[in-house]
Every structure is written in C-alpha cells, then in structure tokens.
Design a protein around this ligand. Structure first.
Ligand code: E4P
Length: 220
C-alpha cells in the first residue's frame, strides 16, 4: 500500500521523509493557502528530501483549455509529478488528452462509484475518494471507497484507488482492510499510526525490569 502525506508543509514533509515510509505527497489549494509559500519552492523542497516520491499537485485553473495547459506545465516540473484534476464532466476530454500524452493524472474530489467508473475507464493513475468529507455529510465513506476498489478489481482497470480526506486512524485501518492501493493522510494522523499505549507501557516495564536485572558485558 502506498502512503502519501497530505500536506504542503515541506519542513514537516522533510521530517517524515526520514521514516522511509512516504511514497508521495498530495497538495491542494487549501494546503497551499495554509503555507503561504511559493508552490514552486514547495515542490523543489519536497523533491530535495523525497527525490523519488510522487508529487500530486492540483490545477487551479477552471476553463478546460486552461486546465489542460496548466496540467502540462505542472507535469514538466519534475519527472515525479502527478497532476490532480477535479472530477467534473467538463474536464473529461482534458483528462483523456493528458492520459494520451502519458501525463500521470490523479482525479480528485471523487465521491461516488459512478464518478470513479468514468475516470477509471479513461485510465487515470489515481482516483481520490474523499472519505472524510463523505463521513462529514453522513455517508459511509469507507463503503464508497470499498465499492470503488471492488469495481477496479472486477473490471481489471489499471487506475489505483487513493483513499483521501482521512481524519482518523480508524479510517486508515478501514482503508487497509478494503485493500486500497494508496492512502493519503495528514501528518497528525500518520503520527498516530505506530504508537500504541500498550507498546509504550511495555517499553517502560522492560526498561524498569532491566534496571533491576543482572547486568553483563553483552547488553551493558
Ligand atoms: C487529497 O488529495 C486531498 O488533498 C485531501 O485528502 C483533502 O482532504 P480534506 O477533506 O481534509 O480537505
């Protein structure tokens, strides 16, 4: 399973890069707004610490022909760029064209199985299902994500399900169980994954017992 960080904070991304677990980064206009830094600088800094990671950067234009031009500019920034395009009928021809030109595309803001089917048929690289926003609206996001994964498997589409808009560790675990190809999560959620109160309690108990045990020249 690929793990992406959902962040434009390149200093934080540099910290998490050291875990060796980060396969990519997803960036959207809201995450850029939070940073107030040049997007170009952000991309360069990410490439410096994660040279092989996929950088999913979203278009900001609206007119289809401008979205197409901007997507081509984004794709040329580095050879690890993936262009995020919002799921919307007017962008389908743009997406089809970009795929034909071998430009990696991540269709973002996907909320339903039928949206996912259409973009899978176009051969996009990633389908970003926003499960947190579905849950915010009283819909079981994991169920929608699971149906998308099943559809991809049933018809052997090459697109990968990218579970996005993650809010909790439980949503990460649900995404693992449904067999998602990839997940993107904010650094705060990533932090919660490896620590467990019982692991911490175990570390403390072992340390206490070691202090009281027989010391020798092997373990100090
Ligand atoms: C994914 O690519 C998006 O950047 C992200 O997951 C959006 O999540 P949000 O609903 O927390 O804004």
């Amino acid at each position: 399973m690929k793990i992406f960080l959902d962040s434009a904070d390149y200093k934080k991304i540099a910290e998490y890069a050291q875990t060796g677990l980060i396969d990519g980064v997803t960036i959207n206009p809201s995450l850029l707004k939070a940073q107030q830094e040049s997007p170009l600088k952000i991309v360069r800094e990410i490439v410096r610490v994660l040279p092989e990671a996929e950088i999913n950067l979203q278009v900001t234009e609206h007119e289809p022909h401008k979205v197409y031009e901007q997507a081509r500019v984004i794709a040329r920034l580095t050879d690890t760029m993936v262009v995020k395009i919002p799921c919307c009928a007017q962008y389908l021809p743009v997406i089809a064209q970009l795929i034909q030109e071998d430009i990696p595309v991540n269709v973002t803001l996907v909320f339903s199985l039928s949206q996912a089917l259409e973009v899978a048929k176009l051969g996009v690289n990633y389908i970003s299902v926003f499960i947190g926003r579905l849950f915010d609206n009283g819909i079981d996001g994991l169920e929608i994500a699971s149906s998308v994964q099943e559809m991809l498997d049933t018809y052997s589409y090459e697109s990968e399900l990218l579970v996005a808009s993650i809010r909790t560790k439980e949503q990460v675990e649900g995404s693992i169980l449904l067999g998602a190809d990839a997940i993107t999560m904010p650094p705060e959620v990533f932090n919660e994954l490896v620590d467990h109160p019982l692991s911490q309690a175990g570390i403390e108990k072992f340390s206490e017992d070691w202090q009281q045990g027989p010391h020798n020249d092997l373990l100090g």
